[in-house]
Design a protein around this ligand. Structure first.
Ligand code: GTP
Ligand code: MG
Ligand code: ZN
Length: 292
């Protein structure tokens, strides 16, 4: 029979069948040998007998796979940040956006805790991503601000919520789906960081699709990016890259570059460009080591 994995704890998986019944299943040893593990979001073939644990026999082909934690077949990645604390890590946000661009997962930027927005943090996020064209939502799990727009955004797709610990991913899911009562944590007063309240990725069917809560960051399993290909993964740079004098322009200091001038007319955020340069250096370093 075919089913959908909702969650996995240890070596036990909860599989939902077409009738809406949940079955606890173990994965067959074969998967471990092939070093592939079933993940929430996987469509699987499984067998079961009354009174016994079921058994996952086959994982159907995947569209994509997020890792740390593993989630399969994701349509949209909701990248959640806080408008107050913890302070957003925009380098990580940019890296997640790049991985989405590589894999075709549609990202949306969600700025939560807008009820206690700190002007600088909030404005920085909106200014730096305005030119990218990515969906950008200001929300509050506590007051309900922006949640209707967020519901419309997630409708009909498998949406994975990712982002630093304590930005309010679980709180948002609780607010969107009143029947959920996910555990919500707090910030350590000393470090202003979260404590990883959510331990496992878990999937809930909702709004004609599914919502996935995750602990902390999900990084995608993607191919290495060649430095020359990096800018094409930024929507606001891609639009102009063909206008540079050199086809291989990295938009650093080449003459006749059509991308760098965008900084002066506000069509490219300076902060996001500075982080582009950092990532570009990282990719060049990585390539050096790959061919060492
Ligand atoms: N002011 C305010 N606080 C919020 C909001 N949403 C969540 N919080 C608080 O932020 C803290 C962390 O919330 P969680 O929902 O546990 O955060 P999380 O992203 O799921 O964290 P992990 O599971 O550790 O990854 C809790 O103290 C929440 O009450 C909000 O909209 N406004
Ligand atoms: Mg959580
Ligand atoms: Zn250029």
């Amino acid at each position: 029979m075919e089913g959908l994995i909702l969650k996995g704890v240890g070596s036990f998986y909860t599989v939902l069948d077409a009738d809406g019944t949940e079955h606890v299943c173990k994965a067959r040893g074969r998967f471990r040998k092939e070093s592939i593990s079933p993940a929430p979001g996987d469509r699987v073939v499984f067998t079961h007998k009354t009174g016994e644990d079921g058994s996952i026999a086959q994982i159907l082909p995947r569209k994509n796979l997020l890792t740390r934690p593993a989630v399969a077949n994701v349509d949209k990645l909701m990248i959640v940040m806080a408008a107050s604390v913890p302070k957003p890590d925009l380098l990580l946000v940019d890296k997640l956006l790049l991985q989405c661009a590589q894999t075709g997962i549609v990202p949306a930027l969600i700025v939560n805790k807008c009820d206690e927005r700190e002007r600088e943090t909030f404005d920085a996020i909106f200014h730096q991503y305005a030119a990218s064209g990515y969906a950008l939502h200001a929300v509050s799990a506590h007051t309900g601000e922006g949640l209707d727009a967020l519901r419309a955004e997630i409708s009909g797709s498998v949406c994975c919520f990712a982002g630093q610990s304590a930005v309010g991913k679980s709180s948002l899911l609780n607010a969107i789906l009143p029947e959920l009562s996910l555990a919500v944590g707090g910030l350590s007063r000393k470090t202003e960081r979260g404590r990883h309240t959510t331990r496992h990725a878990e999937l809930w069917l909702a709004y004609g699709g599914a919502l996935v809560d995750t602990p902390g960051f999900s990084l995608l399993e993607t191919e290495a990016i060649e430095p020359e290909d990096l800018a094409a993964l930024y929507p606001e740079m891609r639009k102009h890259a063909g206008e540079c004098r050199f086809a291989q322009c990295l938009h650093v200091s080449e003459p006749g570059c059509a991308v760098k001038p965008l900084l002066d007319n506000g069509k490219l955020s300076r902060e996001r460009y500075e982080r582009y340069l950092l990532i570009l250096e990282e990719l060049k370093e990585k390539r050096k080591h790959r061919y060492d």
